[in-house]
Every structure is written in C-alpha cells, then in structure tokens.
Ligand binder design. Structure first.
Ligand code: SF4
Length: 78
C-alpha cells in the first residue's frame, strides 16, 4: 500500500496564504461548498487529518515538486 501525505497533495491548502481555512479542499470532502464566488468565505474544507488518518486517501493527487531556492531564483531571472 502506498502511503500519501496531505502536504504533497494539490487539494491541501493552508491558512492564511493559500486559503481562509486549513484543510482538504477536494470538492468531495468539503463540509460546506458554495457555487457563487461571493460566498467563498462560507466554504468549509474537510478535515484532512480524519480523511487521511491511515495515509491511504484515495483522492490524493500529487502536486508539483517544490523547486530549490536556487532554481526559483534562476526562474525569476535574477
Ligand atoms: S485528505 Fe486526501 S485529498 Fe485531501 S489533502 Fe489529504 S491526501 Fe489530498
């Protein structure tokens, strides 16, 4: 069995920079969803700790690997 980590998943967002609340923002695991953009503040993400308690979440999708500091610097053209 492959174990997955929420920190590597594209559905995991952390407050305050990525989302208003920390959690799993996959549409199937969210507690409260809203279709209208002006109601975004009411959305509630799912509890990633509960959903991925055993590390075998089926909704996991690998995010892009983080670049090293130097690679990010060169990408900016510095
Ligand atoms: S619970 Fe599953 S879908 Fe949600 S962030 Fe964790 S691995 Fe991704």
């Amino acid at each position: 069995m492959i174990r997955v980590n929420c920190n590597d998943c594209i559905h995991f967002r952390k407050a305050p920079y990525q989302a208003p609340r920390t959690g799993c923002w996959h549409p199937d695991s969210m507690k409260v969803t809203q279709k209208e953009a002006f109601l975004d503040e009411q959305q509630q993400p799912g509890n990633h700790r509960k959903i991925n308690l055993r590390g075998d979440c089926g909704l996991f999708e690998q995010g892009a690997a983080k670049l090293s500091f130097l690679k990010r610097l060169f990408k900016l053209g510095a």
